[in-house]
Unconditional design. Structure first.
Lengths: 324, 543
């Protein structure tokens, strides 16, 4: 087992190197440079300025030199400085955006689970009932609906017409002056719409998984046995069937770990939430290479670790994998 | 205070006159009849699409940063409502007789937000900062024309030029940086980028990345503290969200789109809470022809195409009527604008006739004109993300087809657009826009020395007389004389039609009704922001 673990961890490094190399080359292949914002179509910018800026950012060096320098810094966990005007360390920029992104993603996953699991179970138990069909239509409508459109409708309805919820942002203007409970309430009210909108698209997937797993499980012999023993339907479903039906769902959950730090540009833009999605998107639009690479590396590391974790779990569960 | 009051009453008088003569005025302006004493307090909240990048003006290149820097810092000069330069940090200034020396007499009562006195050494330092080759700034060009500077005493600053350079005055409206905080430090990594210290009417309070930037009235501002106590810039990247926030009153100011202005703000509730304004913005949209392409080398063809475009139709269709026809590079309500240039009112007959004169005829019967076996067909490119330009292109496409010109429209992502098409001159025609300002110098866009790849005369316009006029125009300071040069310059452009000048759009801001003291002028409405106020009874934010 230990040898397996060491081998897997050692394998991560060439993988990560490959990922960074490909990312680095691809983003430099895209036309445009970080200096464009300042120099292009600007009557005040001269040709020397363009050259000077390129030197300043180290863009005058050949690509492999730039990559080498970047890699050398990364080796000591230095993600470099952003090319944006403030020249702040990339790590700072990412870290200040992470908490809110993770919070919203966790809340949204929790909401998805809280709704999708019961929905899936009931749909499976009452297969082809009116409830089953109704929820099918509902969750797929949610899945198909453009999230920005739904967000705008909800904002207009709850924010402008009813005046119940704030429209955008994370805190109200006078947040500092609120009491502690007032601050909590303010935060929660700002999170309701974004979490709801980001969850609604995920409902369909999860509730369908749950439903099909459940259908699969209730057809098994041991369920038949349980019923034959004369157990109540409730016990059969919630004690014997549910646990087995949940297993594959947990696998899917494990795979969504890297997704926790990834935000959605669309709903972050609509709700004016300073999250990772918007940071990355702006970075790409400005060709802020260090920032793009920083976000990509973080995502890559998390994905690799997530996979590793999943593999270890499999290995623990299945001796065949350990030995191969 | 008395002085301010007096100024205010004078200003409301001027306001009345403006209202009377300006047809662009909305009827629902704040009543000028009410006599209100300006009062201090309240918060002004507006939104920005993007977060600021840096609050050190020398490094800032984006509009969000500039908007904030404009309130935190001051320059030696600034534009007033009539778009004339007036002193800000400079009490007065002189231009020497040979136009080669500018002398600024600085105010003596100015302090930086940290209490340090402002002197000419700060101006000297700012100049050195802008010409420092190590500083990645986009604004070095104007300062590089300076030969040497002098600071004979703490309140006098003198700049010498080798040759007279009229845009130089404007360059001294650049924000002055604090020497005592920046000298000898690593400018690029200066903490001032996140926590600016200036001399302007507002001082910096906090910046929460991606969320908001808060400023607060500078009680020691040398022109007296501004009335509005706090200014909050919220970062809201989506304009639809901004509009919803505006409707709930969470925002006090927003630049509306023509659609919002025309169709979505005509409700009673909106009118009760907001005043809408409209005025021409600086900048115009044009269809530029690549003059290196043989088919556009002939002036007649370009004139014909201009006749085939109905500019008013574009304004009505694309801007819902909120704009004016452009006849040249200057906006119609500025001193430099020449109204008496050749115009190209929509006339498809004339267009066909001119094309026939140029030798283009439909001999093949396919509906498209041809000459020497070549069809009159080309591609218009424009950049992605600007819906107005794309719509404009589609309307033009249809009009050109009617006179037998086959046009395709291609929309390209901005970076690719510049790198692959505009900079190498690899395009037939393009729809683009220039934004400008009150300074009429157009040297970088029209001079024949600026046609190299990556430079701004990318259509390859070369005209010896224009070259000479542009050179002369930037060498004199006298407005009358400059107007002569630029009038002729506009005549030539109108005759040559290297661009078909399309339209100048209007800025359409909405401001919460509780704000008073807004005086629409050629410069717009924001120029006198420090004189805006909210009557005590209507103040919304106590803290």
């Amino acid at each position: 087992m230990l040898a397996y673990l060491v081998r897997r961890i050692l394998l991560l490094f060439p993988l990560l190197l490959g990922i960074t190399l490909i990312s680095f080359v691809v983003i430099h292949l895209a036309p445009g440079e970080p200096t464009d914002l300042q120099t292009q179509m600007n009557p005040q910018a001269s040709a020397e300025l363009q050259e000077r800026l390129r030197r300043h950012y180290g863009l005058d060096q050949p690509l492999h030199v730039q990559y080498g320098r970047w890699l050398a810094r990364l080796a000591v966990l230095d993600f470099g400085e952003s090319f944006a005007g403030d020249r702040r360390p990339v790590l700072d920029k990412i870290l200040e955006r992470l908490p809110i992104t993770i919070l919203i993603n966790m809340l949204s996953i929790a909401l998805i689970l809280a709704v999708a699991v019961p929905l899936g179970i009931i749909s499976a138990v009452r297969r082809n009932s009116l409830f089953d069909r109704g929820t099918t239509i509902l969750v797929f409508t949610g899945f198909a609906m453009p999230s920005f459109w739904l967000a705008l409708l909800l904002m207009d309805w709850f924010g402008v017409r009813l005046g119940l919820l704030p429209i955008s942002g994370l805190k109200s203007l006078g947040y500092e002056y609120l009491s502690f409970s007032g601050q909590i309430l303010d935060r929660i009210s700002h999170l309701i719409l974004p979490v709801f909108v980001s969850a609604i698209g995920g409902l369909a997937g999860f509730s369908r998984y749950m439903r099909s797993n459940m259908l699969e499980v209730v057809r098994q012999d041991y369920i038949l046995t349980a019923r034959a023993k004369g157990l109540s339907e409730h016990t059969v479903i919630y004690k014997h069937a549910l646990r087995n039906a949940l297993l594959p769902v947990i696998t899917i959950l494990g795979l969504s770990v890297p997704g926790l730090i990834g935000g959605s540009v669309i709903f972050e833009t609509i709700f004016a939430i300073p999250g990772m999605g918007k940071l990355f998107f702006d970075g790409v639009m400005m060709r802020d290479y260090p920032l793009i690479m920083g976000v990509l590396v973080m995502g890559a590391v998390l994905t690799l670790l997530g996979n590793l974790l999943a593999d270890i779990c499999y290995a623990l569960a299945d001796p065949r994998i350990r030995q191969s | 205070m008395l002085r301010l009051l007096f100024r205010l009453s004078l200003v409301s008088l001027a306001f009345l006159i403006l209202v009377a003569c300006d047809r662009h005025q909305e009827e629902s302006l704040p009543g000028v009849t009410e006599v209100l004493v300006p009062e201090f307090g309240d918060t002004f909240i507006e939104a920005s699409i993007g977060d600021a990048s840096t609050l050190l003006p020398v490094l800032a290149a984006d509009s969000a940063s500039s908007a904030i820097n404009g309130l935190v810092y001051s320059g030696l000069l600034r534009y007033n409502g009539q778009l004339e330069l007036e002193g800000e940090l400079a009490e007065s200034w002189e231009v020497s007789d040979d136009n080669r020396t500018l002398t600024f007499h600085l105010r003596r009562d100015v302090r930086w937000h940290d209490g340090t006195a402002f002197t000419s050494s700060d101006v000297k330092f700012t100049y050195e900062l802008y010409i420092d080759p190590e500083i990645p700034t986009a604004y070095a060009e104007a300062f590089s024309q300076v030969n040497r500077i002098e600071t004979p005493d703490p309140y006098t600053f003198i700049a010498h030029y080798d040759v007279p350079y009229a845009p130089a005055l404007l360059s001294w409206a650049t924000a002055v940086h604090p020497r005592h905080l920046l000298e000898g430090t690593d400018i690029i990594r200066s903490p001032l980028a996140r926590h600016p210290i200036g001399t302007g009417p507002y001082r910096f309070v906090e910046w929460v990345s991606g969320e908001k930037i808060v400023l607060e009235a500078n009680q020691d501002y040398f022109e007296g503290p501004p009335y509005i106590k706090r200014v909050v810039y919220r970062i809201i990247p989506d304009v639809s969200t901004q509009f919803l926030e505006l409707q709930t009153g969470s925002l006090d100011f927003m630049g509306l789109t023509p659609l919002q202005y025309d169709r979505q703000t005509d409700t009673l509730a909106f009118r009760r809470n907001f005043n809408k304004y409209r005025y021409l913005s600086f900048g115009y949209t044009y269809l530029g022809y690549n003059l290196r392409r043989p088919m556009f080398a002939d002036k007649l063809v370009r004139q014909a195409l201009s006749y085939a475009i109905d500019e008013q139709e574009l304004i009505d269709g694309v801007l819902l009527g909120y704009g004016e026809v452009a006849t040249g590079p200057y906006k119609p309500d500025t001193w430099v604008y020449n109204p008496d240039v050749r115009r190209y009112h929509y006339n498809p007959e004339k267009a066909r006739q001119l094309l026939a004169e140029a030798g283009w005829q439909d001999t093949t019967g396919d509906g498209i004109l041809n000459k020497d076996g070549q069809r009159l067909a080309f591609t218009i490119i424009t950049n992605q993300g600007n819906d107005l330009r794309i719509k404009t292109g589609e309307i033009i496409q249809r009009r050109f087809r009617e006179i037998g010109v086959d046009v395709r429209l291609r929309v390209v992502e901005w970076a690719t657009f510049l790198k692959e098409f505009i900079n190498p001159g690899n395009f037939d025609a393009t729809i683009l826009g220039w934004s400008g300002g009150p300074e009429p110098d157009q040297y970088n866009i029209w001079h024949s020395s600026k046609t190299a790849p990556g430079q701004l005369n990318f259509i390859g316009f070369e005209h010896p007389e224009v070259d000479e006029l542009l050179e002369r125009g930037r060498r004199v300071f006298d407005q009358q004389q400059r107007k002569e040069y630029y009038d002729r310059f506009q005549e030539i452009l109108a005759e040559e039609q290297p661009y078909t000048f399309l339209y100048v759009s209007e800025a359409l801001p909405a401001v919460s009704r509780r704000f008073r003291g807004i005086e629409p002028a050629p410069a717009g409405i924001r120029y006198n922001f420090q004189h805006w106020f909210v009557p005590m009874a209507e103040q919304k934010y106590a803290r």
